[in-house]
Each structure stands twice: as C-alpha cells, then as structure tokens.
Design a protein around this ligand. Structure first.
Ligand code: WQD
Length: 319
C-alpha cells in the first residue's frame, strides 16, 4: 500500500479485517502522510464491492484477500474455498459489471506442490497438497479461463515464495493472531521472550544441514513487485504467472543464526519430527520477473531479520 501511494497511485482499501487490525490504516497514513480511503466489507458482499469500485473510480485491482494457513486449510476447507475461491468469483463478477479488467492476483509458490526440480520456474508443473494451495491453483485456472474469454482482460498471478520482514518504519508488519504458523514470526516471538523455544520441524531432510530450505523474500521487495506488475499490466492483455522470490534458499538453522545476529538474542531450539505436508526445499527461479517486470529482490536476510525484530519490538508498544 505504502509503496503504491508513494509511487503516486490513488488507493482504496476494501478489507473485512478478519485477519488484520483496522489500526493498520492509521499507521499507513502516518507512513504516507496521506488519507487512506478504506471500506470495511467482505469480498463476497457484491453490493458493497460494486459500490466501492464505482464510487472510487477504480481502474485496477490488486487482490490480496484470502486465508493462507496451510494447516488450518486442512481442518477448515469449506472456509478456505468460501473465502478464497468464492471471494474471487464475487470480485470478478463485480469487475465485469463495472468494466474493470486489470487484475494483479496474490498467488503462491504452494501451487508447485513438491518440486520436481529446483530452482522453480513458472513452467514447473502445478499441483496442490492441501486445500490452501488448491484454492490458489483453482483461482489461477479460473483467471486463465477469464483471460481467454475476452481480449480486454489483463491478469498477472504473482506466485509469492515466503514473505517475511516488515516496513522500515517498524509501524506495519506481520500480526499473526494466536500461535504463529510460520517460522519468522515464531522466531521473533522467541527472541522477544514471548515463546520459550523454537521447535524445528525435522532435521533429516535432504538439505545441507537437514532442516527445511525456503526462499524468504522481504515484504518490501514483494510490494515493489506488485507495483512493477501493475505497470506491466497496462500494455499486456492476457494471463501471466510470475514468481516473486529471491532465487536463494535458506535453511531453518540459517534463519535462526541470522535472527540471533540481527536481534542480539539467543533463540533456544528443539528439533522435533517433521510437520505434515512440509517439503524439503523450495526456492525460485526469478528470471521471468526480471525479464517481464524489470524487477528483482534487492533486500537480503539481514534486512529481513532486522526489520522483523524492529517491528516485533515496536508492535508491543503499539498494542
Ligand atoms: C518454513 C520452514 C518449516 C515453523 C508458508 C505458508 C504458506 C505460503 C508459503 C503464502 C519449514 C519450518 C516453521 C516452526 C519450523 N505462504 N518451521 N518451526 O511452510 O514454507 O509455507 O509460506 O503463500 O501459506 O504456510 O513456511 O514459515 O511455515 O515454514 O521448523 O515453528 O520453517 O518446517 O521448513 P512454509 P513456514
């Protein structure tokens, strides 16, 4: 959001705040110095959605609304398909009704399933091993059909690898409710003394140190990737899938060491059995993003950990 506003794009936010705190809007206003138009509504509320698109003269949509916890999706598939797939259908109907045809969709590297080869490029076969990944795959396929149905659709699916980090102001960042599912916020909470130790899921993977390897990408690089995709869409009708990753994989142990260095705090760890559904390694071939969007990730592991730690400390004073 901040990146778009700072690039001069007028932005309106529509969010049901089911997995975020409305106070983020006032903090975004502090960062940008601009008033941010925000509508509290669910994507499936077509009346509110169409009214918002019309009232604000929307020309392009960045669709980030969705549930994203792999484990939760296994126990609550109806909620995941309802929110992610049904919500996207509602958005597409509203866009069609209001004549908007440019869309950036927040997809995920989970559509690649268990990698057949690495690094992962966009030609890699897609599959899903859980309802979350399947919902993203269903949406990508729906969007491909929509783009084929009429020449005026311009659609880009951005396949995120592992987003981490926080805004340099330390005013906005990841705010998982309850026990964090993901590595980075959990490590940050161990460093802050909120959690006693990190459980490392599996130490016997076929990786250099036996722990899982992922392509962590700074959220600010991710945001700049969306700006680049928005600019790309203007002259490129059709459908594209583009990886947003750094192309570099780090193991859990490497992440822990980097966070200890960035925070100056020790991270007690305990190796336990593998987590169901986890894969050994996953990292991107980022060449297509460079070629099509003239975008590549610029921020390294140290900045990812340092910004996360700064946000973790600031967050406690904000709450
Ligand atoms: C990373 C590594 C774990 C927690 C996530 C999201 C998914 C998607 C991609 C957006 C793995 C290990 C983790 C812990 C650990 N996001 N780990 N102890 O599994 O790659 O998937 O990012 O589309 O929604 O689930 O990320 O951060 O959960 O795990 O050892 O307490 O850290 O085994 O190797 P993952 P993650």
């Amino acid at each position: 959001m901040a990146v778009l506003i700072e690039a001069g794009f007028p932005v309106v936010v529509l969010d049901n705040f089911s997995n975020s705190d409305p106070s983020v809007i006032s903090r975004l206003e502090r960062i940008t110095g601009k008033t941010i138009r925000c509508v509290r509504a669910d994507l499936r509320d077509r009346v509110a959605l169409i009214a918002t698109l019309k009232a604000h003269g929307v020309t392009d949509v960045i669709h980030l609304a969705g549930l994203k916890a792999v484990g939760e999706s296994v126990s609550q598939p109806i909620q995941y398909y309802g929110c992610n797939v049904q919500g996207t259908i509602s958005l597409l109907e509203a866009m069609q009704e209001t004549g908007i045809s440019r869309l950036v969709f927040s997809s995920s590297a989970t559509v690649y399933g268990d990698p057949h080869y690495l690094p992962l490029d966009e030609a890699h076969p897609t599959s899903a091993t859980n309802p979350y990944g399947r919902s993203k795959l269903h949406i990508e396929e729906m969007l491909r059909d929509v783009a084929r149905s009429a020449p005026d659709w311009h659609i880009v699916c951005l396949r995120y690898f592992n987003p981490v980090g926080a805004h340099p102001s330390a005013l906005i960042g990841e705010e998982p409710s309850g026990i964090p599912n993901n590595l980075m916020p959990f490590v940050a909470q161990v460093a802050a003394g909120i959690r006693p130790e990190l459980q490392i899921f599996g130490g016997d993977y076929p990786t250099p140190d036996g722990t899982g390897v992922r392509d962590y990408i700074h959220v600010m690089d991710l945001a700049e990737g969306h700006l680049a995709a928005l600019r790309y869409l203007v002259d490129h009708p059709g459908w594209e899938a583009i990886n947003l990753g750094t192309g570099v994989g780090y193991s859990v142990l490497e992440m822990v060491s980097a966070f200890e260095a960035a925070s100056g705090r020790a991270i007690p760890c305990n190796r336990v059995s593998r987590r169901a559904g986890d894969i050994a390694s996953c990292y991107a071939n980022p060449e297509r993003a460079q070629r099509l969007l003239n975008w590549h990730a610029k921020r390294g592991l140290e900045d990812m950990c340092r910004s996360t730690w700064a946000w973790q400390q600031e967050r406690r004073s904000l709450s």
